[in-house]
Design a protein around this ligand. Structure first.
Ligand SMILES: CC(C)(COP(=O)(O)OP(=O)(O)OC[C@H]1O[C@@H](n2cnc3c(N)ncnc32)[C@H](O)[C@@H]1OP(=O)(O)O)[C@@H](O)C(=O)NCCC(=O)NCCS
Length: 205
């Protein structure tokens, strides 16, 4: 079970150039993409699918054109595998979550201001993995999602990235191996996704 996600702040992303389109879109995508927002939908799906497939294949090169989005089927196809995707639209952003196997992941999206309006703190190990305000905000957002879905205390949870690896969920100093998450941030926006299938609340206590 793997999950990946991405979010694009449409205001920051702006209008993609023709050169950019050539570089990142497959020929069929160039024909189907409609407007800037349509291109960023494709982009978010490619990023989400990369994060899913890179879990199993750490050295997977991220060649955007090789991740081909089928909008109708809601899948991204790549030689390394097929990833199911779902898009969520927000007033100024587009987000996408991708996954393999099992049911759909839980997701949460917010602006940095919204997340910072409620109190929250990071653990010591957790703080080592952050790269800025957005990085802090997305951890708080994700811990809130996990705490509410799993019936756990937010203060007991940490999101760590040992050795810069994809994020992992820890609780009271132990890794919750059955919970997989993905984080993304762009501009003012934060998004997280979580696979909780293998983690019934009573199984992680
Ligand atoms: C992984 C990647 C797609 C993230 O994209 P981004 O646009 O920089 O940032 P996003 O907002 O989408 O995601 C950032 C989050 O993704 C997570 N992340 C980083 N690397 C990841 C990976 N390999 N898999 C899953 N999640 C990853 C982190 O949690 C990060 O947030 P944090 O720094 O706050 O912890 C980007 O780092 C990338 O392009 N990597 C390419 C690596 C590559 O080509 N390697 C080739 C090896 S040969």
């Amino acid at each position: 079970l793997a999950v990946g996600n991405d979010i694009v702040d449409l205001h920051d992303a702006g209008e993609p150039s023709a050169r950019f389109l050539d570089r990142v879109l497959a020929p069929a995508e160039r024909r189907s993409a409609q407007g800037a927002a349509g291109v960023w939908r494709l982009w978010a799906a490619k990023e989400a699918a990369f994060k899913v497939l890179a879990r199993a294949e750490r050295t997977l090169p991220f060649t955007h054109r090789a991740f081909v989005v089928d909008l109708e089927a809601a899948v991204v196809r790549h030689p390394a595998g097929e990833v199911r995707v779902r898009w969520d639209t927000h007033p100024g952003a587009v987000s996408c979550v991708g996954w393999r196997g099992g049911g759909e992941p839980a997701t949460s999206t917010a602006t940095l201001d919204e997340v910072c309006a409620a109190p929250g703190t990071l653990g010591v190990e957790e703080a080592r993995g952050v790269s800025g305000q957005l990085s802090i905000g997305v951890r708080l957002l994700c811990k809130r999602l996990l705490a509410s879905r799993l019936g756990l205390e937010e203060r007991d949870l940490e999101i760590r990235r040992p050795g810069g690896r994809p994020p992992e969920v820890w609780r009271r100093g132990r890794r919750l191996g059955r919970v997989e998450i993905s984080l993304a941030h762009d501009g003012r926006y934060l998004a997280c996704a979580a696979r909780l299938d293998g983690a019934r609340p009573d199984a992680v206590r």
